[in-house]
Design a protein around this ligand. Structure first.
Ligand code: ATP
Ligand code: MG
Length: 498
């Protein structure tokens, strides 16, 4: 559809309302997007960003309000209607069918089934798409075997394969490392040149200033304001989102480092972990970083007993452990907060209270029966300290915003009172205010003598919150940085590339 009058926005959403039981997710939200514009939609976890774009993608029907494309009102009664209106949405939660391959997922719903030639053509097209994105994704393995980052790239390819005028990306970079984000930005700039309007959601503030033309902020389901990116400052944006200012984004506290608590020696499994050795001391936060597939998550899984060691030893407080399963690890006092909260972190069809209680059953039970008041009280403490946004504790996990789901997973493991905590991307998808709270929590854990491994792709976070940094590449530790006063992002990237 051509946009004849230059002043008519490509997309105009006005007075959008949406409520769920106990939650007013959107109250009178408006938004304007022009051709070739990148609009950053900002707000805390639960502010209503995903809900707003779900009404645009035809996944939710707004209770009130209008949506106009090129000045014409449209009714987006289903995802298909939205695609037909030229709207592509990359959702925060992936919609990939785990059993299908990447290319089957990309053409799902549009495939010419049974026609061998057509299928071959689709596979070829998918390969071409990945090439144009500059990514290397195995074509013929089921998506469930792909990493979170790879799945995200498949989602992006899927949206790009549809002919869209408006492309919405709900936290597309959450699982990506800096290099991949750069590739994504190159794609966005190219789409922009072609006149496509883009709505971009991210909790990584650096990205917003790099890619966005305009910034729109929501808070508590309400429109707070918008401004051209050039007129916005980081502090001002944080204030608009959180409603208060945050002085120091990385409030790292110096702690007294004590004896070695966790020691791993020669951890190996295939090519993903090769002879990985390191120690973590009492009170220490060890940052572990690297590119996608560098072996960080694999190392964590080996320590946690989620994957079987081919070689190597793990010891805690000088005692060698025999960890064969996560149960063994938990018993020994080692916890892992996984990066993939959707499949490994939460039972989505259960309440958040139950999810919290699950690994803590013994502690929260009396004579074998779950002590619900005790569970509720314990969970309530985390709801307060982590600002988890829920109308009631019986809310189903699947109804929480992405960032709030992550906080529930965090609460669940913190309650374990482990001695060694491994956080795999702890602040992925978490808003700037809550990040600050999580950093303070990590400080507190360190001050209490815990040993902490923080896996993160977000370099400012790794630099800002670690006492020491290990960098991995292709399953090996390629560097160690101990002087945190002089470390730079470039220095880490060099080690990460190998
Ligand atoms: N299907 C649903 N049922 C009940 N409540 C819902 C549902 N979907 C969203 N909500 C609620 O609506 C509010 C807005 O959620 P939304 O997912 O839009 O937030 P968000 O801004 O995308 O947050 P995040 O940054 O964490 O992704 C939240 O309080 C959330 O719990
Ligand atoms: Mg969201």
């Amino acid at each position: 559809m051509a946009n004849k009058q230059p002043n008519v926005p490509l997309l105009q959403m006005s007075g959008i309302e949406k409520s769920f039981p106990g939650v007013r997710a959107l109250s009178g939200v408006s938004l304007k997007l022009h051709k070739g514009e990148v609009l950053a939609l900002m707000g805390e976890n639960g502010a209503g960003k995903s809900t707003l774009i779900k009404t645009l993608g035809g996944a939710h029907q707004p209770d009130a309000g209008t949506i106009c494309i090129d000045g014409q009102p449209v009714k987006l009664s289903s995802p298909t209607a939205a695609i037909q209106a030229g709207i592509g949405v990359i959702y925060q939660e992936f919609n990939l069918i785990p059993a299908l391959t990447a290319w089957e997922n990309i053409f799902l719903g549009r495939e010419k089934s049974g026609v061998f030639v057509a299928r071959k053509e689709e596979r070829r097209k998918a390969a071409e798409l990945f090439r144009s994105l500059g990514v290397d994704i195995p074509l013929d393995v089921p998506c469930r075997q792909l990493s979170v980052a790879q799945q995200q790239l498949v989602e992006i390819a899927k949206a790009l394969s549809q002919d869209v005028n408006i492309l919405v990306m709900d936290e597309p970079s959450a699982a990506l490392v800096p290099q991949e984000v750069e590739k994504l930005f190159a794609i966005i700039r190219d789409l922009q040149k072609r006149g496509i309007g883009i709505v971009y959601i991210s909790h990584r503030l650096d990205e917003i200033f790099e890619i966005a033309n305009t910034i729109t902020v929501l808070r508590d389901g309400k429109y707070v304001g918008d401004a051209p990116a050039t007129e916005m400052t980081r502090q001002k944006m944080i204030e608009m989102m959180v409603g208060r200012s945050i002085e120091n984004e990385f409030p790292k506290q110096a702690t007294q480092r004590g004896d070695v608590r966790l020691s791993v020696d020669g951890l190996s499994r295939g090519t993903s972990a090769r002879n990985v050795s390191f120690d973590v001391r009492r009170g220490e936060v060890l940052g572990l970083t690297g590119l996608m597939g560098a072996g960080r998550t694999e190392t964590a899984r080996l320590i946690f007993g989620a994957d079987k060691l081919e070689a190597g030893t793990i010891s805690l407080d000088g005692k060698t452990l025999n960890i064969r399963s996560p149960q063994d690890a938990i018993k020994a006092g080692i916890c892992l907060l996984t990066e993939d909260r959707k499949t490994q972190g939460l039972v989505l069809c259960r309440s958040v209270r139950e999810n919290f209680g699950l690994p803590n059953l013994k502690e929260l039970s009396t004579a074998g029966i779950v002590n619900k008041p005790k569970e509720r009280e314990a969970f309530g403490r985390y709801v307060d300290s982590l600002s988890i946004r829920i109308p009631f504790q019986e809310q189903l996990a699947k109804n929480l915003s992405g960032g709030n789901q992550q906080k529930v997973v965090l609460a669940k493991w913190l309650q374990q009172n482990a001695e060694v905590l491994i956080f795999d991307e702890p602040t992925r998808g978490i808003d700037v205010g809550a990040k600050h709270e999580i950093y303070q929590l990590i400080n507190q854990l360190a001050a209490n003598g815990k040993a902490i491994i923080m896996i993160s792709s977000e370099l400012p976070e790794v630099i800002g919150m670690s006492d020491r940094i290990l960098v991995m590449h292709e399953g090996r530790v390629t560097g160690e940085i101990t002087d945190m006063s002089s470390v730079t992002q470039e220095q880490i990237m060099e080690l990460a590339i190998g």
